[in-house]
Design a protein around this ligand. Structure first.
Ligand code: 0A1
Ligand code: ZN
Length: 880
């Protein structure tokens, strides 16, 4: 926590480290109240640096002793400036011995070494290692680590660190030790230790090269009935990376450890991944289909980091997307391959597009907008964003779209061939792709350097006599903070043409046969592509499979959209056409709410939805996607001035209208998509449950005694959490009389399951029936705890970010609540506070009356004397 003006760090200021570290020996005497850390570093001057002093970072730790080549240094031998310790005039080769002390039980930031339920965990990314010991804590310093852990044996029977276990044993006084060695060089942010009372599920797994690896999933006692899915996901991930990328596990053992106190989803520490319990623990009783999906994706994500992130890491934190964008892309492809079917792939793609629109496009259009490779930051923790992760994954996906799967694989091979065990940049990755594919990707660089979502527009001209169809594409990009004007991007635009019957037409461009989907490369602000041999006026299907992270504007009539919605062979664009049909109407309805409150929805739209709902040739999972409306956030993004209540009422009107108009079809689908027998989280079953529960939700958007009885019966009979939570949600949203008692029953039944209690808070926090008084009452519930990030997010963040009508109450009470909790949380855990702070990002888009209150709340936070860099950066940028 600092009170002076925070410093901005610039990418252009990068300089290589003055010293390199070859080996690190760490000794820990673990004690929650006073842990002593002894470190021995062998260092040598970096030939690539002109600097001669040794630079070490340290934060919130006490320096006990510092020795250089055996000599004890006096305070006058070094300088301490903030978090930087500098030793001038150091020799060419230096062995540093450092002794420090830290207090894990008082570390509420969950960065560095901390305790959770009395167990020790670490979190070092991005800059947490400096909270454990003094070190050149930057990712381009890679070293080999040996770690000695000592702790009380009864209290901490399990002692884990990175790599392989060398030895373990007793040391008297009831204490024991374990010595670990990581055979690979790594940056400090990948260091981890765990000292705890835990149990594990373990298995030996035969790797592709015939070696056996020991796989372990460590959890608290009592949770071993929830580790199967994580273990299975780990095995699938290992197999997939072998098969798809020829990448093998490079260690003899691989460990996953779950902790209930964690700021993010999980962390890819070498050989010792530490996870938020949310992404490990699952069984049908406590976890939903979405939870199972999340576990599979996050286990895969962290495992894939072993190559994309760990073996090849980032030179500096501006390059974060080098590992994150690439690893998200890899986990997305894994998820798609695990489902295996074409529609399954499409449904996962649709989910990705939804996330982008829901979270990344708003970020790219708001005060925190930044390029995939940022140029500056105040606090790096604020840059673990949807832009770096999800847009970064889209950028990686575009290489694959441009090069093909095989071409992309060649690029990956070359990347590893060139950069194994190095710390590199996004440019190095781009160069590997360009060289492997024999392509010029210089303009593609703008995807890394320019913030903002590009817009894409098209015009068409059919020449019947010449049988040509000219498609003109236009691109643009609005200014973002610090970037007033943008240059054209290199955009792969996948296009198909549908004939009158809805069939794909064969495509010929410049005499080249392009199959039925052509990937056009848009390089200019405006460019025309001419298809020849076009025998009738087609309907263009533009941006198939969402081939680039852009906003495709206008260009379609309702008739075109209906044609695409009924026929497009590209399922993503088929879905997209439905979303556009819905969005057009949602915007109109929002206007009508504001005008005279008289709302009208046309039959054409309802009929299109009806047809989709009952089309048994389509997977339930796809129909669910096609029937789901754009969220309130997405609608708000389309408006010049947002009145959240008007948006909510318009969308509710449409939902109620669908529920009432399609009642009999919804009931039929509800019955047809039951999944009797034991629960299985597979995609087909989850798809059925998804459609069934969407039907239940629509029916209860126009509730009556029968629809409520249906939800109540499901709530009573549900054999799994997916159905139970969906039914309870339907009761709450229908304002059913049973909602309260069912909530109480839910709590009684699951109060011993922390992750389910999170759901219980979250459900209430995001319900439009939950007002500020109710939230404050929930904050006083004995199970509420602001210190636990999952719990804080379940109630506070959900209220501020997923309950628009209540949060934006006209009297500003939601904003005051926000300010109060950003400030409270900041004193405990700045990372969690800063995420909450971002709830106000888009404040300038609301009605003037709301803006006044929002600004006051922002100023209240900004006016605090003591504020972390994390929160300070977010609120300063919001107010700028
Ligand atoms: N690298 C992790 C994300 C992560 C980042 C920071 C953390 O602590 C501040 C923890 C995890 C991932 O991509 O999964
Ligand atoms: Zn990651």
């Amino acid at each position: 926590m600092r009170t002076d003006t925070p410093q901005t760090i610039y990418r252009s200021d990068y300089t290589p480290p003055s010293y390199l570290v070859d080996t690190v020996e760490l000794g820990f005497d673990l004690d929650p109240a006073r842990t002593v850390v002894a470190s021995r570093l062998t260092m040598r001057r970096n030939p690539d640096s002109a600097q001669r002093e040794i630079e070490l970072h340290g934060e919130d730790i006490d320096l006990v002793a510092l020795r250089l080549n055996g000599r004890l240094l006096e305070p006058r031998d070094y300088a301490v400036n903030g978090n930087l310790l500098t030793i001038p005039n150091a020799p060419e080769e230096a062995t540093l011995e450092i002794e420090t002390v830290c207090v894990p039980e008082q570390n509420t930031t969950l960065s560095g070494l901390y305790t959770s339920n009395g167990n020790f965990f670490t979190q070092c990314e991005a800059e947490g290692f400096r909270r454990i010991t003094y070190f050149p804590d930057r990712p381009d310093v890679m070293a080999k680590y040996t770690v000695m852990l000592r702790a009380d044996k009864a209290r901490y029977p399990v002692l884990l660190s990175n790599g392989n276990l060398l030895e373990e044993g007793d040391i008297g006084d009831g204490r024991h030790y374990a010595k670990w060695e990581d055979p690979f060089k790594k940056p400090s942010y990948l260091f981890a230790l765990v000292a705890a009372q835990l149990v594990c599920q373990e298995e030996t797994f035969r790797l592709a090269d015939g070696r056996d690896a020991l796989l372990q999933v460590w959890v608290e006692e009592g949770n071993l009935d929830k580790t199967d899915y994580a273990m299975q996901s780990l095995k699938h991930s290992i197999r997939w990376d072998e098969e798809r990328y020829g990448l093998e596990l490079d260690l003899d053992r691989f460990m996953i450890v779950a902790t209930s106190d964690f700021n993010m989803g999980a962390m890819e520490n070498k050989g010792l991944n530490i996870f938020n319990t949310k992404f490990v623990l699952a069984n049908p009783r406590v976890a939903t289909d979405i939870d199972f999906q999340g576990i599979e994706a996050v286990v895969a994500h962290e495992y894939f980091h072993n190559w994309t992130g760990n073996r090849v890491t980032c030179r500096d934190w501006f390059q974060l997307s080098l590992k994150e964008g690439l690893t998200v892309f890899r986990d997305q492809e894994f998820t798609a391959d695990m489902i295996g079917t074409d529609t399954g792939r499409a449904v996962t793609r649709i989910d990705q597009v939804r996330t982008l629109r829901q979270a990344q496009f708003p970020e790219d259009a708001g005060p925190m907008a930044h390029p995939v490779r940022p140029d500056s930051f105040v606090e790096i923790n604020n840059f673990y964003t949807v832009t770096v992760y999800e847009k970064g994954a889209e950028v990686v996906r575009m290489y694959q779209t441009l090069l093909g799967r095989d071409g992309f694989r060649k690029g990956m091979d070359l990347y590893f061939e060139r950069h194994d065990e190095q710390a590199v940049t996004c440019d190095d990755f781009r160069q590997a792709m360009a060289d492997a594919g024999g392509r010029d990707f210089s303009q593609f660089e703008r995807w890394y350097s320019q913030a903002g979502t590009p817009t894409l527009r098209f015009e068409t001209r059919y020449d019947k006599a010449a049988q040509t169809y000219a498609l003109t594409l236009f691109q643009g990009c609005a200014p973002t903070p610090g970037q007033d004007s943008k240059l054209p991007f290199h955009i792969p635009v996948a296009v198909g043409l549908l004939d009158r019957e809805g069939r794909d037409m064969p495509l010929t461009v410049d005499g080249k046969d392009m199959g039925t989907t052509a990937v056009l490369e848009l390089l200019e602000a405006e460019q025309t592509f001419v298809f020849s041999g076009v025998t009738e006026t087609p309907v263009p299907s533009v941006l198939r499979d969402f081939s680039a992270p852009v906003i495709l504007q206008g260009g379609y009539t309702d008739a075109d959209l209906l044609h695409l919605f009924n026929h497009d062979s590209d399922p993503v664009n088929r879905w997209e056409a439905g979303q556009r049909l819905a969005m057009g109407r949602l915007l109109k309805l929002t206007g009508e709410v504001a005008a005279d409150g008289k709302l009208n929805l046309d039959d054409t739209f309802i009929e299109a939805m009806r047809k989709m709902l009952v089309d048994e040739s389509l997977d339930p999972a796809f129909r669910e996607q096609a029937l789901m409306l754009p969220s309130e956030t997405m609608i708000a993004e389309q408006l010049g001035e947002v009145d959240p209540m008007a948006v909510h009422l318009a969308r509710q009107f449409m939902r109620a209208n669908i529920g009432a108009s399609l009642r009999s079809e919804l009931l039929a689908q509800y019955d047809a998509n039951q999944t009797p027998g034991p629960y299985s989280p597979d995609a087909a079953s989850a798809g059925k449950r998804g459609l069934k529960n969407l039907a239940l939700a629509y029916l209860n958007a126009a509730p009556d005694a029968d629809t409520i009885a249906l939800a109540a019966r499901q709530c009573a009979d549900a054999g799994n959490m997916t159905d139970r939570a969906a039914a309870l949600g339907a009761l709450i949203h229908a304002r059913a009389p049973q909602a309260e008692s069912e909530l109480a029953r839910f709590y009684d039944e699951f109060q011993g399951e922390a992750l389910v209690v999170d759901k219980w808070f979250a459900m209430q926090a995001s319900a439009p029936t939950t007002d500020i008084a109710r939230v404050r009452e929930l904050m006083r519930h004995p199970a509420f705890n602001l210190r636990n990030p999952n719990r804080a997010r379940s109630l506070v963040a959900n209220y501020c970010m997923n309950n628009a009508v209540q949060f934006h109450a006209p009297n500003g009470s939601g904003y005051l609540f926000w300010a109060e909790h950003v400030i409270l949380l900041d004193g405990l855990n700045p990372q969690v506070a800063a995420r909450l702070a971002r709830a106000m990002d888009r404040w300038r888009r609301y009605t003037p009356a709301l803006q006044v209150h929002m600004k006051t709340a922002l100023q209240q936070v900004a006016g605090q004397q003591r504020l972390s860099n994390d929160v300070r950066e977010v609120v300063t940028k919001a107010l700028a």
